[in-house]
Design a protein around this ligand. Structure first.
Ligand code: MN
Length: 208
């Protein structure tokens, strides 16, 4: 995970082939999203941090959760570029070509699989303009669905990011054009629940 790494940040490989998520997300979309968009956030973050050696030992997680402690002129870059790095690393890791059932804890918390999907879709649809839908954990260990604009990261508002849904147009426009809802419907087929469950377990252990 890039979240525990520090400057200089390096673009990780996509954890599966570019065409592995077809037909849900096509090869062109994955290629541009990873090799162009994700890379530009990596480059942007490195460029912003380069003149600030005192932050070269801070992990990405530390940078984003202590945003207000950074110099004013660095905050916007870390928020946008650093958020972009964290969010995309997690987005690509949270997808899988091997379809997995929605886990029991999600069905319990949201009453039914249908409710989980409806709530996640509605929040993500209603994010005006660019941003992400998020499944997050709050300080009490409760799960919530929220949306945040642009590349804002839940860590910066005291929430732990579990599962991101990128609803920037670059995440779906090549394949779905303006149909954000269709992209979201297909996204539910490729969630890596094993990875998210592990992430939740680790978050709970750290909170104890
Ligand atoms: Mn994106």
């Amino acid at each position: 995970m890039i979240s525990t790494q520090h400057y200089p940040f390096i673009l990780p490989d996509l954890p599966y082939p570019y065409n592995a998520l077809e037909p849900y997300i096509d090869e062109d979309t994955m290629y541009f999203h990873h090799d162009k968009h994700f890379k530009s956030y990596i480059d942007g973050l490195n460029k912003a941090l380069e003149p600030y050696p005192q932050y070269h030992t801070w992990t990405l997680e530390e940078l984003l959760s202590r945003l207000s402690r950074l110099p004013k002129e660095l905050q916007t870059s870390v928020r946008n570029q650093g958020g972009g790095v964290y969010n995309h690393d997690l987005y690509f890791d949270s997808l899988t070509p091997n379809s997995q059932n929605t886990p029991a804890f999600i069905i319990d918390i949201f009453s039914s699989e249908e409710n989980w999907k409806t709530q996640m879709k509605t929040k993500s649809m209603n994010q005006f303009g660019s941003g992400f839908g998020w499944l997050v954990m709050d300080l009490k260990g409760m799960l919530q669905i929220i949306s945040l604009p642009n590349q804002d990261n839940p860590l910066s508002i005291g929430l732990y990011p579990l599962l991101p849904l990128d609803v920037w147009e670059h995440a779906y426009y090549l394949q779905y054009q303006n149909l954000r809802g269709d992209y979201i419907d297909q996204w539910f087929h490729i969630i890596n629940w094993n990875f998210i469950t592990l992430r939740l377990r680790k978050a709970n252990e750290q909170a104890l």
